[in-house]
Design a binder for this molecule. Structure first.
Ligand code: PLP
Length: 403
């Protein structure tokens, strides 16, 4: 098993499958899952892979094979997970802002649902009484995460039932006898500090006694990984120690399972996006490198100001100079400004690291460009797991009318 694909491997795959191409190293996904398992050994902690980070069926099948559970954020993700082989008992649907019909659909498929509004909980009670045990997503009013766009637990966030509405929540539960078996919080992404989870736990612990049917506490995902050298990351072992100690110290929490929903932690570092250089443009301000990609393929730099490490696979020993790496779509799509890179030439292959999570998954066909192909590598063997789009894909659902 190798955690990192070599430059030679990446170049070979780019030559075989063309660019732009997303490449995922399955060995690294396994490694990350094993790290979680090792940190949280003892059987009390359940890991639900947050599928929205990367939903390719082959990836889901692999994660199923590793023994993980899966957390979904739409009914379609639920269906993909079932298609990938997950038993419904291992699928969690943490819903947000969805119509009640989707909750019903998930329950009928046998999937456990975290409900995130009093509105839908009321509907559940009216229609099904106490037939389906469910979880509730709470909003703990904690600020956490890399930036506001990925913070979900603060007091102006749309996510979850605000903890201050506990009274109303209890009224609904009592009225219909609804069995609440899981309390969920997910405060954001890119959390580097284990203490944020402890803060969330403290909010939950105080209210556990109000939920007699409780079986688990679900602390969500958001574990930060390194995007560049020296980035602070979450220390899983420290997180495990602190969380388990907090649960042990709290009488009411002792018998409960602990659930986590890591997305980025599982699949960020396994991923590479390889692009080719179309042209260079010298200007007074900077030297632009235009690649055959854009935010239509990797939106994180433009959307979240995210940093992605870039290397020149074709000329690693070249003289280093600053380049501004941009895409080829008709919209500003800067990947990096004045980034030091070994000399870049037309045709060079540039690789973006940490491209596994929220990379392909957030890609679009903006500018009517094709989404990249996806390739997975297992034990050194590369296989295509999604073809690049074609003109047919762009046209498929269109209905052409004469006006
Ligand atoms: C997005 C999301 C996750 C995963 O977040 P990461 O930052 O990728 O770990 C987990 N749980 C819920 C409910 C989410 O919405």
């Amino acid at each position: 098993m190798s955690e990192q694909l070599t430059n030679e491997q990446l170049v070979r795959i780019a030559q075989e499958f063309g660019t732009p191409v997303y490449i995922y190293n399955a060995d690294k996904i396994e490694k990350q899952y094993q790290r979680l398992r090792a940190a949280f050994e003892g059987g009390r902690v359940k890991i639900f892979y947050a599928a929205k980070a990367l939903t390719n069926l082959s990836v889901l099948r692999f994660i199923h094979k590793l023994g993980a559970n899966v957390d979904c954020s739409s009914i379609n993700e639920v269906k993909l997970a079932l298609q990938a082989g997950f038993d419904p008992s291992r699928v969690l649907y943490t819903s947000n802002g969805i119509h009640f019909a989707e909750i019903e659909e998930a329950l009928l498929l046998g999937v456990f649902v975290n409900i995130d509004s009093l509105y839908n909980l009321q509907k559940l009670g009216e229609k099904y009484g106490n037939r389906y045990p469910v979880g509730v997503r709470l909003r703990p009013n904690i600020m956490a995460g890399g930036n506001l766009k990925i913070s979900t637990g603060h007091d102006r966030s749309k996510f979850g039932i605000p903890v201050e509405q506990l009274g109303q929540l209890q009224d609904i539960i009592r009225k219909y006898g609804i069995r609440i078996q899981n309390l969920h919080i997910h405060t954001g992404s890119d959390i580097k500090d284990a203490d944020i989870f402890i803060k969330g736990i403290d909010v939950l612990f105080d209210i556990i006694p109000h939920f007699p049917d409780l079986r688990s506490i679900d602390l969500g995902g958001g574990f930060k990984v390194a995007y560049k050298d020296g980035d602070p990351v979450i220390n899983i072992e420290e997180l495990s120690q602190k969380v388990l100690a907090a649960f042990d110290a709290h009488e009411a929490a002792r018998g409960l399972e602990i659930w986590f929903e890591p997305g980025k932690f599982m699949v960020s570092e396994c991923g590479y996006l390889i692009t080719s250089v179309n042209l260079l443009k010298e200007t007074a301000a900077t030297t632009f490198v235009s690649i055959n990609s854009g935010f239509n393929h990797l939106i994180r730099p433009m959307f979240y100001d995210a940093y992605h490490r870039i290397e020149n696979l074709s000329n690693p020993g070249g003289a280093v100079a600053p380049y501004s790496v941009v895409g080829n779509i008709c919209e500003t799509d800067t990947f990096a400004w004045d980034r030091p890179l070994p000399e870049v030439r037309e045709g060079d292959l540039l690789v973006f690291y940490n491209a596994g999570a929220y990379g392909y998954e957030m890609a679009s066909t903006f500018n009517s460009r094709f989404r990249p192909a996806e390739v997975i590598v297992r034990n050194g063997k590369a296989q295509l797991i999604r073809k690049r789009d074609t003109m047919e894909d762009l046209i498929r659902n269109q209905v052409v009318v004469d006006l």
